[in-house]
Design a protein around this ligand. Structure first.
Ligand SMILES: [Zn+2]
Length: 233
């Protein structure tokens, strides 16, 4: 009864090997890296866009303030200075100085914001370009990976056909158990008892469990949950 599943596992090991080759291939590694890079670039673009619109809103607000101050200065200049008393003249002169100081300070802010906006736009462009580059590399690696995987398709199909043939001879309960573990990427699933321990994780079996194993011929490892079997020889 065990012989069939062990034979099945031996055949399946060929498939696991190919799957691991594909998963660990250079092309697959680059594909995964590029997916990550494209995602990062997209997130960064969203955040740059957000700060750019904030900067532009700030810029518009200060520009408006500047225009208001400028209008106020014009109003002061419109006063008929001939009609003013000395005290009023001094007041007007002080108003003009204040207006000019305000405008200079606003102008400084505008210059600072303009510089920030330019920097943000440059940052946006650089990030966009790195995203485009990552996308291009992703496509290239994906083509390379598909070619690499395509070369293995026939071999994979052959193994799968053979596995399907072998399945018919296996105890359905054992097979179901096997497939669940296989889905979990555990391999091998059936492991021999080695020195009274699990053949993979080396967890020792107490005497009571050893007796049970002798009786049942196969027993789940309490540590790694693989199926420990007793070698007949
Ligand atoms: Zn184990």
């Amino acid at each position: 009864m065990l012989k069939e599943i062990l034979q099945y596992q031996k055949m399946d090991a060929n498939l696991v090997k190919i799957e691991r080759e594909l998963e660990n291939s250079d092309a697959k590694r680059v594909v995964n890296q590029m997916v990550e890079q494209v995602k990062n670039a997209q997130n960064k673009l969203v955040s740059i866009e957000r700060s750019a619109s904030q900067l532009i809103a700030d810029y518009e607000k200060i520009k408006q303030e500047f225009e208001q101050e400028s209008k106020r200065l014009d109003d002061i200049k419109q006063r008929d200075f001939h009609e003013l008393s000395e005290a009023e003249l001094r007041e007007s002169s002080s108003d003009i100085s204040k207006q000019i100081a305000n405008m200079l300070s606003l102008n400084k802010e505008i210059t600072g914001l303009s510089k920030k906006i330019v920097r943000t736009l440059n940052d946006f462009e650089t990030t966009k370009q790195s995203g485009v580059l990552a996308k291009k590399k992703y496509n290239e690696s994906m083509t390379r990976y598909n070619k690499f995987a395509g070369d293995k398709t026939q071999k994979i199909q052959e193994i799968k056909d053979e596995l399907a043939r072998l399945e018919k001879q296996i105890d359905p309960k054992l097979l179901e158990r096997y497939k669940v573990m296989r889905e979990d990427h555990k391999f091998p699933i059936f492991v021999p008892l080695v020195n009274n321990a699990c053949g993979v994780c080396a967890m020792q079996l107490p005497n009571a469990r050893l007796d049970l194993l002798k009786e049942k011929r196969v027993l789940e490892c309490e540590n790694c949950h693989r199926m420990i079997y007793l070698n007949d020889d």
